[in-house]
Write a protein of this length. Structure first.
Length: 454
């Protein structure tokens, strides 16, 4: 039995080795000594596989065994390189080009622990209160130790309406907590926009998909059709990233010239620069970008570029720190190889890897507590209106009657109430709006000063 199987395995391994060595010959970076070491290690792998096939206590599925070996090989490199089975590869394409069914989280490995990069806004994970840096200990009771991110994603996805239980450990917790989530369709629409106040716009990108830039440009156009934009908030909190080209093209909307991002890898093909295009100066208004620990990858590219070009003030907390580029390489059987091929750097040369983007104004998110509103009113404070015999308010301005066309529609009233509620509960957004107002006033003062000096 040994004599029949071993030669077949070795021939296959030798064929693989010859291909690797042929490729290595074309590279000046690979020495003869390294090629010999590669041959030696692959021969060792072939021999081990042969022994397992012949001697293991139960029959072995060779395909599963080799897939497991490939997964182990890639996981030993970094948390973002992985082997994608055909179904996983298709899921990845669906995620960037269309909708999919799941709970709406991006996950990675941190110190060999399955960790949430961020929940996508409006998804079951977000609504359940999951956060960036939450550690997933179990999925439906199965421990996640040694479970790859792709295997975890496969378990988290499923038909709409079905349930999945995930056990979470969060920094500061003494025990693990179970969350029961109902799977739902995670939509392709990644852009939201509305006015917080006349002229002061709020835009949000939840992740960078194939149509994100087009959707974002349309959102800005639609806002401009309602009211000229005087200031803009771009919310990238809990945005796990996505497609590199979409991050570049979104940043390009606001940057007229110079670098947006550049990458460095081992080969010349991986050393790329992405530059801004002059497009008539769209978006010259003041700008604030919101980030947090769930802002990763493509989000950090946008925030870093706008920060380096002094185009926006970055507000929030330190970002996730994923500064590597993954290239998806299709394999002949419909599978794919997700391989980390380069690091990316901001225009000033900062590496985002591990450190992330440091906000210009650091403001931690504070959970809303209705009692805080009560504390704002000091019962012992005294105002003019409280003084005895104070002068009455005398409004000398003529009040304009509100016409029927100026009355708000039910939809507008609902949106207005939602905005008030959002601002009340989101201290980071309130701070961003106040900063934006200050920038807008400063711009008006500068323009007024130029006008007076003429």
């Amino acid at each position: 039995m040994h004599n029949k199987i071993a030669p077949v395995v070795k021939i296959s391994a030798l064929f693989i080795i010859s291909l690797l060595l042929f490729s290595a010959t074309a590279s000046a970076d690979v020495s003869q000594k390294e090629r010999e070491e590669t041959y030696k290690q692959l021969e060792l792998f072939a021999n081990v596989l042969s022994m397992l096939q012949e001697n293991y206590v139960e029959p072995i599925n060779t395909k599963d065994l080799i897939e497991g070996a490939i997964n182990g090989l890639l996981l030993s490199l970094d948390p973002h390189s992985s082997y994608l089975k055909p179904e996983n590869f298709q899921d990845l394409k669906d995620e960037t080009q269309g909708s999919f069914t799941g709970i709406g989280i991006e996950i990675t490995m941190r110190e060999n622990i399955l960790t949430i990069v961020s929940p996508i806004e409006g998804t079951p994970a977000d609504q359940a209160g999951l956060r960036a840096k939450d550690m997933i200990v179990k999925i439906d009771g199965e421990p996640t130790k040694d479970m790859s991110p792709m295997d975890a994603i496969k378990k988290l996805r499923g038909p709409k309406g079905t349930k999945v239980i995930i056990s979470i450990h969060r920094e500061g917790w003494n025990t693990v907590k179970d969350f029961t989530l109902v799977r739902d369709i995670i939509p392709i629409q990644s852009v939201k926009s509305f006015f917080l106040e006349p002229g002061l716009a709020y835009t949000r990108i939840t992740n960078f998909q194939s149509q994100t830039t087009n959707d974002y440009k349309k959102a800005l156009h639609d806002l401009e059709a309602v009211h000229p934009i005087k200031g803009l908030i771009l919310d990238l909190r809990n945005n796990p990233g996505g497609l590199l080209n979409q991050a570049v093209s979104v940043a390009d909307i606001f940057i007229d010239e110079g670098l947006i991002v550049y990458t460095k890898g081992r080969t010349a093909e991986q050393n790329m620069t992405f530059k801004a295009h002059e497009d008539g100066g769209q978006g010259k208004y003041p700008m604030v970008v919101l980030v947090n620990e769930g802002s990763a990858s493509a989000s950090e590219i946008v925030a870093g570029a706008l920060q380096d070009h002094k185009r926006a003030i970055i507000v929030g907390t330190q970002t996730f720190g994923k500064g590597s580029v993954q290239t998806i390489i299709p394999l002949p059987d419909g599978a794919g190889l997700r391989l980390t091929t380069a690091r990316y750097y901001t225009p000033s040369g900062r590496s985002i890897q591990e450190k992330g983007i440091t906000p210009d104004v650091e403001i931690a998110f504070t959970p809303y507590d209705p009692k805080d509103e009560e504390k704002k009113t000091d019962p012992d404070s005294t105002r003019e209106v409280d003084l005895k015999h104070h002068f009455k308010y005398n409004d000398t301005t003529k009040k304009k009657a509100v016409t029927s066309t100026e009355k708000l529609s039910p939809e507008a009233i609902k949106l207005n109430n939602e905005i008030k509620e959002r601002l009340l509960k989101d201290n980071q957004l309130r701070s961003a709006l106040n900063i934006l107002k200050s920038l807008d006033l400063y711009t008006e003062f500068k323009q007024a000063g130029k006008h007076l000096t003429k």
